[in-house]
Design a protein around this ligand. Structure first.
Ligand SMILES: *Cc1c(COP(=O)(O)O)cnc(C)c1O
Length: 405
């Protein structure tokens, strides 16, 4: 392969060089188990606590509100499955946990939330899946209508991983607070990409993942507002103040924190740069290729996200051709690749199945260049034209004769 153009940063990101460097000592000399008592272990323990401070600072939380996990999926599962047992730590009479039988989420969540919610339904809980509009924005009015006296938690993602739409988090947080219901947000895509302040936005629980923001895979965190008590998800040792058992992934946590520190330092500049490149990409695709639709909000979307539907084209076919050019892209989320089902996000946004099947997601990153965008646009133009020229559906539509292959 002569070139590699990586435009799938929503699936994962490369580890930042400085993050990797920060991790190495904790694999080599400083390998102590943070729970042990000798000096070697203290170095590990201190590194984990310093990492916790950095990460808490990135979302306006207190250090003791951050619990390290094995990633976004674990944090989401913890939040969904244990939120029905959450209780305010205010000393007032506690409702019996079993009285809280209802959860609210949306139709466009990541499968880590959706499949956890489906499991909760099988255990006898009720879940309301809020609809979204054609831009992928959840309806605040429908949220208000869905709230019940036995609602245990509202879980609404911060920004969508497929179409990049950013949800009205501040408004949702205010509504949840007004009703005294904990508010969880899956911020895996938003964390380190756009500013977050859990206190201002009244977020009670927040999930994030290291490998989506230039840290290593297999590490993430759940923020739990200190106002609330919640049971652990993993039982075992006394790590993470008895809230998440299991020996800490010290190198992973250290690398994660280093990646976060870099992201926080240059966030404004990175957002501007990615937005400009993304808008250039969107403009070129929409003006140079006919029968294309941009999915999601034009403005209120993640800086690096572009998601299109090419009419008369199978997204999967386009991906194969792009891959042959060394261009990494995605049809929707990484998790739906390989299945022929159209994206649940695009379907929830009201796109017909045939259009949803022509989806292509391009997600830019900190190192994406204009040259890479130009090469990609040219490749997409070429492949879309070629795929359409052999599509009977397209030819019927335009009244053209099929081209000889
Ligand atoms: C990637 C992703 C997850 C899962 O995170 P992992 O760390 O890969 O388990 C959850 N939610 C969203 C929105 C994601 O993009």
């Amino acid at each position: 392969m002569s070139q590699q153009i990586y435009l799938d940063h929503a699936a994962t990101t490369p580890v930042a060089a400085q993050a990797l460097e920060a991790m190495i000592p904790y694999c080599r000399k400083l390998y102590g188990n943070p729970s042990s008592s000798y000096a070697l272990a203290q170095d590990s323990r201190q590194a984990v606590e310093e990492a916790r401070d950095v990460i808490a600072g990135a979302i306006g939380a207190k250090s003791h509100e951050i619990y390290f996990t094995a990633g976004g999926t674990e944090s989401d599962n913890w939040a969904v499955k244990m939120s029905v047992f959450m209780q305010k730590q205010d000393g007032e009479a506690k409702p019996n946990a079993s009285e809280k039988k209802h959860l609210i989420t949306t139709k466009i969540e990541h499968h880590a939330i959706l499949h956890a919610c489906e499991w909760m339904e099988q255990q006898g809980y009720e879940v309301t899946y809020l609809p979204v509009d054609e831009q992928g924005v959840v309806s605040v009015r429908r949220l208000k209508e869905a709230i019940r006296p036995d609602t245990a938690c509202i879980s609404i993602m911060y920004a969508n991983n497929e179409v990049g739409t950013i949800q009205p988090i501040r408004e949702i947080g205010a509504i949840a607070a007004e009703h005294g219901i904990p508010f969880h947000t899956d911020a895996v895509q938003a964390f380190c990409q756009i500013p977050i302040d859990v206190k201002e936005q009244k977020i009670s629980l927040l999930s994030a993942s290291s490998h989506k923001c230039y840290g290593p895979k297999g590490v993430g965190f759940l923020y739990i507002d200190e106002q609330y008590g919640m049971p652990p998800f993993m039982h075992g040792g006394a790590q993470e103040r008895q809230m998440r058992a299991g020996t800490e992934n010290v190198p992973g946590i250290v690398g994660f924190a280093k990646a976060v520190a870099i992201c926080q330092e240059n966030m404004e500049e990175r957002m501007q740069r990615e937005r400009a490149l993304r808008d250039y990409l969107i403009r070129r695709i929409l003006t140079e290729i006919p029968y294309v639709r941009l999915n999601g909000y034009a403005k209120n979307r993640l800086p690096g996200n572009a998601n299109f539907c090419f009419q008369f084209v199978e997204g999967e076919h386009l991906l194969v051709l792009l891959d042959m050019d060394g261009i990494c892209a995605s049809a929707g989320s990484a998790c739906t690749t390989g299945s022929s089902e159209p994206s649940h996000v695009l379907t929830a946004m009201g796109l017909p199945r045939d259009l949803a099947n022509g989806a292509l997601r391009l997600t830019l990153g900190a190192h994406t260049t204009k040259d890479e965008i130009d090469v990609t646009v040219e490749a997409i133009k070429r492949h879309v034209e070629q795929l359409r020229s052999t599509s009977s559906w397209y030819l019927e539509f335009t009244g053209e004769q099929p081209k000889c292959m």
